[in-house]
Design a protein around this ligand. Structure first.
Ligand SMILES: NC(=O)c1ccc[n+]([C@@H]2O[C@H](COP(=O)([O-])OP(=O)(O)OC[C@H]3O[C@@H](n4cnc5c(N)ncnc54)[C@H](OP(=O)(O)O)[C@@H]3O)[C@@H](O)[C@H]2O)c1
Length: 304
């Protein structure tokens, strides 16, 4: 089918107010998709929608949803409206590495570690709502296909040591993943969260009429690096040049995700796409994966 004849797609992107998410939103709007964007900052979200509106063609829909993905009760509230959208594709892009204090907006925030909350749990709460609400709404009718694209990282390749030792109870998370400037815990929680997101993609891929893929986007100099403590920055600068990733333009990185994960229909089989290659993650076995998914289901059950 020619592009002009293809029905417009409905694509939701989390964390679209900056970096790779924003670049993907721009490209998808230019391609004619209906694009739904999420962010935690109302002003940034409004500026984004105004900007995307300038590229919009007649009949194309652009809608914003403002909520903090790390605030799981707020995620649950936002899903009431998001679940009603006619979505074809959901891109789980929002992410933090060494989260800044503003990732937590109020004192009543549940005591989970921010990286894990934003990168895995908040997205999993969204996915569970979408899958469940769709099943309830469609009843006995054949479910329309829904695909998830999960933005992961090569850092996932270094994880797994802690993945199945995550504490079962929310209030133990801060201690387990606490951010200490002089240790590597900040990296560990990022690595774990990104391996967790691959496992989440594999899990979602097993749902009826749902497919999912996790992808390594490549490296672009975005805001995600801005909260990195100076100690970690220094450590990175000492890495041999051959170990340092090649920096790319954010549009190139966004285009890669869209090309390899959103446009390539054939590859939605729960795999992990890294550097253009489809692989099964080797650092997590089936038992680990099942145990991990039981943990995150148990945790997110509290927000369903
Ligand atoms: N850049 C890279 O080299 C690289 C490499 C590998 C993987 N990744 C992954 O790519 C994804 C996008 O990262 P990026 O580089 O584009 O980073 P970025 O420029 O920092 O963008 C992250 C986006 O997520 C949003 N976000 C952060 N915390 C949030 C929260 N609690 N609730 C809602 N939205 C939140 C941010 O919103 P605000 O504008 O409000 O901060 C922003 O829109 C992340 O998952 C990251 O781990 C990036």
């Amino acid at each position: 089918m020619a592009d002009s004849q293809r029905p417009a797609e409905h694509i939701l992107i989390t964390g679209a107010t900056g970096g790779i998410g924003k670049a993907m939103a721009e490209q998808l709007v230019r391609e004619g998709a209906n694009v739904y964007v999420t962010g935690r900052d109302n002003e940034k979200l409004k500026a984004l929608v105004d900007h995307l509106d300038t590229m919009r063609r007649e009949g194309q829909t652009i809608l914003p949803f403002c909520f903090d993905i790390g605030h799981l009760t707020k995620v649950k509230d936002a899903m009431t409206a998001i679940s009603k959208l006619p979505l074809d594709t959901v891109i789980f892009n929002a992410g933090v590495m060494f989260p800044s204090p503003r990732a937590v907006h109020d004192d009543n925030h549940p005591a989970l570690e921010d990286t894990i909350k934003v990168n895995v749990l908040g997205h999993f709460v969204m996915a569970r709502h979408l899958v469940r609400d769709r099943e309830e709404r469609e009843g006995d009718r054949v479910l329309p296909h829904l695909r998830f694209v999960v933005i992961s990282s090569t850092m996932a390749n270094h994880a797994s040591q802690y993945l199945t030792r995550w504490p079962r109870e929310a209030d133990s998370f801060n201690k387990f993943f606490s951010r200490h400037l002089f240790t590597s815990d900040g990296w560990l929680s990022y690595m774990d969260s990104k391996l967790g997101s691959i496992v989440m993609a594999q899990h979602l891929n097993e749902k009826p009429n749902t497919s999912a893929v996790a992808i390594y986007p490549g490296v672009a100099s975005t805001e995600i690096f801005s909260a990195m403590p100076w100690v970690q920055r220094k450590l990175l600068s000492w890495l041999p040049a051959s170990w340092r990733p090649t920096m790319e333009n954010v549009d190139t990185v966004a285009n890669r995700v869209i090309g390899e994960a959103v446009r390539s229909n054939g590859i939605f089989d729960g795999h992990w796409i890294c550097d253009g290659t489809k692989v099964i993650p080797t650092n997590v076995d089936t038992t680990q994966k099942d145990k991990f998914m039981r943990f995150i289901e148990h945790l997110t059950d509290q927000f369903m």
